[in-house]
Design a protein around this ligand. Structure first.
Ligand code: ASP
Length: 604
């Protein structure tokens, strides 16, 4: 090796030892006589001193050095002279007095600073990802990511799971997204699909008797990207046999995340036990199936209070089968016209026609601040003249508002009201600084409907996926009222993100066939696509269930990163391109001919 120590490991107890180090020039200071270099390797930085008097040869090497040159030095670890220690550096008590230095490789000036934590255009970072990944923050992120997967493997191994790989070239699996397809060379016109998840294979492993499986699996979904989505992503996928109830899986997963956080981010507070929140309740209270539970700002139904109101926006919404809901922004009664307009614009972006606010002005200092003292003059709202004081009071009571607060109300179709208030709730929490960055607020969302009605296509679709089993007591509703059936499906959410989801599965051919036909597959169609599953269920399939987590999202949250690209070494852009290797790219005519593929329309 060209080195026998790591830069970042050196401490005062190494003083007077001779060490050989190798790394990159992080920073260079030329003081005329002495040259100081901060030498960096993966472990961190150490100060290296070149003295023209004691080592003229190495000093002349040092004079040539620039940022990011690769350098090897041999020298003596020495305590820094008193008063020159640097308490902000882990190695700040020592420095290396160089005897020999060898330049291993020079470097062009990098397109951005590697030694400073400054904002750099993301496109540039992605094009020169190998330089971006040199930055200490990125090294921390990838190291944490490694520790997460190592923790998962160790934890599950302890619990008697085994890791089994499943293929990447498979038959299309329906997880609700578009598949990435791979044309077959040997079978013209046929395609493999890249797995959206190992769902069917892990279930088949249960039929095969493996009982406890997991895999850190790469999954592929060709869908529109968002901040926390990538075309390929990594999933912790697991499945267990002889489980029948959601709790069997949830208890184990809670233990895994609590231990993971305690070990890898001990500075964070984790609330236990993780609450189990019914889907309907979270949609009402938080307007989202992945609520951020670090703060309250709970949404309340006020449809019943306003259905007969003179204010047409409210009464019309209720009469047309919609909803009117509200939440309270504490202390925001003084919001300016402009601030209120901003909320209105945001609401429109979610599809609402606007937002109605009621500000309850506080009494002057020392006055009675209970709702009883509310008078008409203290109510500020564009709808004020249509709302009686009594109605305002009952809305305020329902929404938990007091004097000095702002009530934010949205009316209209239920899903739009949920989405809009969910978004505004998050916005207000941000403005009010309510989300404690030191808390992980985990929760399981349960009691999901099994099926969702797709209005445009007039058909049912699985809320999770088609292998999820209905709750035992709801099976009989499948024929009479499918929309009322709940599935044994659960999601784990944390701080406003969905970390993962899973379900107890169907393990009987008959029930699986029934679900397929509810989803609109004919028996022939379902056999053509899922015959292997239907057949397998007839050969002694055990009751089983599982879950899968987005490893990228878990790493993002544990690292406190703003998006998943920060914890993925070589991510794609938001428009699904790789700027470093320039893909997707054109391929040769021969390659296309081999695959029996003809390009009909080519983008310039
Ligand atoms: N296959 C599911 C998914 O990827 C997870 C599961 O049900 O285990 O979302």
């Amino acid at each position: 090796m060209l080195k026998n120590h790591n830069c970042g490991d050196l401490r005062s107890e190494h003083a007077s030892q001779e060490v050989t180090l190798a790394g990159w020039v992080h920073r260079r200071r030329d003081h005329g006589g002495l040259v100081f270099i901060d030498l960096r390797d993966r472990s961190g930085l150490v100060q290296v001193v070149f003295n023209p008097e004691t080592s003229p040869d190495s000093h002349s090497v040092a004079r040539e050095l620039r940022n990011e040159y690769v350098l090897a030095v041999t020298g003596q670890v020495s305590r820094r002279p008193e008063g020159t220690e640097n308490p902000r550096m882990a190695t700040g008590e020592v420095e290396i007095l160089v005897k020999e230095a060898e330049l291993l490789n020079p470097s062009k000036t990098p397109p951005f600073y590697i030694n400073e934590d400054v904002e750099v255009d993301e496109a540039l970072r992605l094009k020169y990802r190998y330089l971006d990944l040199r930055r200490p923050k990125m090294q921390d992120n990838l190291t944490l990511r490694y520790k997460i997967t190592k923790f998962i493997r160790d934890f599950l191994d302890e619990k008697d799971f085994i890791e089994i790989e499943t293929p990447v070239l498979i038959k299309s699996t329906p997880e609700g997204a578009r598949d990435y397809l791979v044309p077959s060379r040997l079978y013209p016109g046929r395609f493999y699909a890249l797995p959206q998840s190992p769902q069917q294979l892990k279930q088949l492993l249960m039929v095969a008797g493996y009982e406890r499986y997991f895999q850190i699996a790469r999954c592929f979904r060709d869908e529109d990207l968002r901040a926390d989505r990538q075309p390929e992503f990594t999933q912790l996928d697991l499945e267990m046999s002889f489980v029948n109830e959601e709790e069997d899986i949830l208890v184990l997963m809670e233990e895994m995340f609590v231990e993971m956080a305690a070990k890898l981010t001990p500075e964070k507070k984790v609330k236990r036990p993780f609450p189990r929140l019914p889907f309907q309740e979270v949609m009402l209270k938080y307007g989202s199936d992945k609520p951020d539970l670090r703060y309250g700002l709970e949404i309340s139904e006020i449809s019943d209070l306003v259905k007969e109101s003179e204010f047409g926006v409210f009464s019309r919404a209720v009469n047309e089968g919609g909803r009117v809901r509200a939440f309270t922004a504490p202390g925001c009664s003084g919001y300016s016209r402009r601030q209120l307009d901003e909320l209105g614009e945001m609401a429109k972006a979610y599809g609402a026609s606007g937002v109605i606010t009621i500000a309850l002005q506080a009494t002057e200092n020392g006055g009675d601040n209970s709702l009883d003292s509310l008078s008409t003059e203290m109510v500020r709202s564009a709808a004020a003249r249509y709302l009686s004081l009594d109605l305002v009071k009952s809305i305020a009571q329902r929404a938990g508002a007091g004097l000095g607060d702002l009530i934010i109300i949205v009316a209209g179709a239920q899903s739009m009201v949920e989405r809009t208030l969910g978004g505004l709730r998050q916005e207000m929490a941000e403005r009010l600084g309510l989300a404690d960055p030191d808390v992980f607020a985990f929760a399981f969302v349960v009691d999901f409907p099994l099926l969702e009605w797709r209005e445009e296509e007039s058909r049912w679709e699985s809320m999770h996926h088609m292998f999820t089993t209905p709750k035992d007591e709801h099976v009989s509703l499948l024929d009479s009222d499918p929309g009322k059936v709940q599935g044994k499906h659960y999601d784990l959410v944390c701080n406003g993100y969905e970390l993962g989801g899973g379900s107890i599965r169907i393990h009987s051919r008959e029930l699986q066939q029934k679900i397929f036909s509810l989803l609109g597959y004919s028996p022939e169609d379902s056999y053509e696509r899922f015959g292997h599953m239907l057949d397998a269920f007839e050969y002694g399939a055990p009751p089983h269930g599982g879950i899968a987590f987005g490893v990228d999202r878990v790493a993002m949250i544990l690292a406190g990163a703003p998006n998943i690209r920060e914890v993925i070494p070589f991510p794609k852009t938001q428009s699904a391109t790789d700027l470093m290797t320039d893909s997707p790219s054109l391929v040769s005519e021969e390659q296309l001919a081999d695959l029996h593929v003809k390009i009909v329309h080519q983008q310039e």
